[in-house]
Ligand binder design. Structure first.
Ligand code: ADP
Length: 301
């Protein structure tokens, strides 16, 4: 049983000719409204992959909140942990994508920013029922710290996707995490080690020294690097595909990893499966819309 504790956003994706400069107004003829947010993406992916998964997070009482609930339900996610705030809006991401495919994003946290330690206490039965709990960092860091500590005290497996890395990342959090899954940029921000191409092992070593038990670093088209108790140091190459849009690649990787660990697979087996799931995701456009079902993944493998 999985529990995702995290953010839910509504992505407003606008196609533009060029990214507007300061003070510039430009016109666009198209906007897509799509459910997103790292927490919701991970819950959605776990649901699509057939897991028993519950989402704990905060949304507004607006129609954007309704859209999120519908989307998660469709993927088979239990939404009993979604808190509806009367006084807040559902989180929103304003995304412009220009002709070159480059994007710029503003996230308005809205209700996500209100998820509190009291909420975690109020929904502690969800933590108790879960075997594996997934976190990302689009909700207040003190809530993540509190919930991860509580999850560990309950003997749960804690997975942290440390994105986005906040300025005030507390090293104490490492102690409550069983599996840390940064991408290269996040690893660099956490360790202040640059030049990942040559110094990946060194950066990984720094995190291990800080108490991280199992580290998986996703390397985009280079696959994934593992430094774990069970496997030692090793790398799994990416599956060769024609990538068109890497949105949600990391989120689906984390979700797939958790789904397979919940089924009793080893970390290496789970990472190899997640590598296939993300390879499918990068061949399709969009976030949640690009996430495959379990049978699609099985066919692909
Ligand atoms: P994030 O989306 O967090 O930046 P990455 O870019 O590291 O994460 O990608 C996550 C995973 O997605 C990779 O470990 C890999 O399994 C898969 N992936 C990403 N880009 C490609 C690609 N071009 N070809 C095949 N697989 C990819």
């Amino acid at each position: 049983k999985l529990l995702v504790i995290g953010s839910l956003n509504l992505d407003m994706v606008v196609n533009v000719d060029h990214t507007p400069a300061t003070g510039e107004t430009i016109l666009s003829d198209k906007m897509n409204l799509v459910p997103g947010g790292k927490g919701a993406n991970q819950a959605y992916a776990a649901g699509r992959l057939g897991a028993d998964v519950t989402m704990l997070g905060a949304i507004g009482s607006d129609t954007y909140g309704d859209i999120q609930i519908e989307s998660l339900k469709k993927a088979g996610v239990n939404v009993s942990g979604l808190i509806r705030r009367k006084e807040e809006n559902t989180g929103i991401a304003l995304i412009t994508v220009n002709k070159e495919g480059d994007n710029s994003i503003v996230v308005v946290s809205g209700a996500n920013g209100t998820l509190s330690c009291e909420d975690i206490d109020q929904y502690s039965s969800l933590l108790q029922e879960a075997d594996i709990i997934l976190f990302q960092l689009e909700i207040p860091i003190e809530t993540v710290l509190y919930a991860a500590k509580k999850a560990k005290a309950l003997g749960k497996t804690v997975i942290l996707d440390p994105a986005p890395v906040p300025k005030d990342f507390p090293d104490e959090l490492y102690r409550y995490v069983d599996i840390l899954k940064p991408n290269e940029t996040e690893l660099q921000m956490l360790t202040k080690v640059s030049d990942m191409e040559n110094r990946l092992c060194e950066a990984a070593g720094l995190l291990k020294e800080k108490g991280v038990k199992n580290l998986l670093v996703t390397l985009g088209e280079n696959g994934v690097y593992l430094d774990a108790e069970e496997t030692g140091v090793c790398q799994i190459p990416a599956i060769k595909v024609d990538a068109v849009d890497t949105t949600a690649a990391g989120d689906s990787f984390t979700a797939a990893l958790a789904v397979m660990l919940a089924r009793g697979k080893t970390l290496k087996e789970a990472a190899a499966f997640a590598n296939h799931v993300s390879a499918i995701v990068v061949t399709r456009k969009g976030a949640q819309s690009s996430i495959p079902s379990l049978s699609e993944v099985q066919k692909f493998i």
